[in-house]
Design a binder for this molecule. Sequence first.
Ligand SMILES: Nc1nc2c(ncn2[C@@H]2O[C@H](COP(=O)(O)OP(=O)(O)OP(=O)(O)O)[C@@H](O)[C@H]2O)c(=O)[nH]1
Ligand SMILES: [Mg+2]
Length: 305
Amino acid sequence: MQENFNNYKSGFISIIGRPNVGKSTFLNRVIGQKIAIMSDKPQTTRNKIQGVLTREQSQMVFIDTPGIHKPKHKLGEFMIKVSKNTLREVDVIMFMVNAEQAIGKGDEFILELLEGTKTPVFLVINKIDQIHPDELIGIIESYKGKFNFSEIIPISALEGNNIDNLLATIENYLPEGPQYYPADQVTDHPERFIISELIREKVLHLTREEIPHSIAVVIDKIKRDEDNENMIRVQATIMVERDSQKGIVIGKRGALLKEVGTLARKDIEMLLGSKVYLELWVKVQKDWRNKMSQLRDFGYREDEY
Ligand SMILES: Nc1nc2c(ncn2[C@@H]2O[C@H](COP(=O)(O)OP(=O)(O)OP(=O)(O)O)[C@@H](O)[C@H]2O)c(=O)[nH]1
Ligand SMILES: [Mg+2]
């Protein structure tokens, strides 16, 4: 017997591309909520992050992925594996590129991965707010010969241009299917994960060079305050790789750590809809990015995300 979904459509859409092209910005824009952290540093996203968009006639489950790059650590290898794995069993692949950047080796590497796939691949040209409209045709031409794209759609994830058109087009490609997630569920990740990411994002914003890549955030405790039920206490540890990095993250007289705490607390309060008391610690775990056991402890587990 055939299942009848009354023309309801649903499916999974993987967002893949080089680092920094705007994949997470797109996800947050579509979901209308910050579930994936964003930064101007490459390799911001480290796990797979699902964002669920439930509409009247469809449910689209977007999968944000780590930017594809040449890995230099076990963490990088894990990230690439996560991205590649999402290509299986999705209904549409969104290959996102940056309109400001010429097609490069990284893009060609991704297109090689996609070679032979039966899944429709959309070329999504992001950041069109940064170029003159006349430039678009040349950009499209430069990609067209490289792959048999099902659709080519220019957007600005930041400003929201042409997103509706992209969503409507994706909807056309989805099969009939069930509503996989309840309408009010926007992501598959627990709050604990998002909280650790929000803290990591603030460190990314406030530091430079090797620091953004060298940190991980572990949540030690989330607990409602015993004396004040309107307050949630969060205790987290920022892991760094070297003693010198610990000093940088703490800052002069603790100034940087304090700023991280203030900014992260505001975001966490928005997420939880409650007052938050945030306590941050910094700890050195030598070379953690190359140690399998620590990768697992810090939330980079293949069996999970
Ligand atoms: N001007 C402009 N900037 C954008 C647009 N979309 C994203 N950005 C910026 O590009 C930078 C990278 O955005 P992210 O969303 O973190 O990029 P990503 O592809 O998820 O990066 P990784 O997680 O490192 O792979 C941020 O500074 C964004 O504000 C856009 O449409 N226009
Ligand atoms: Mg990202």
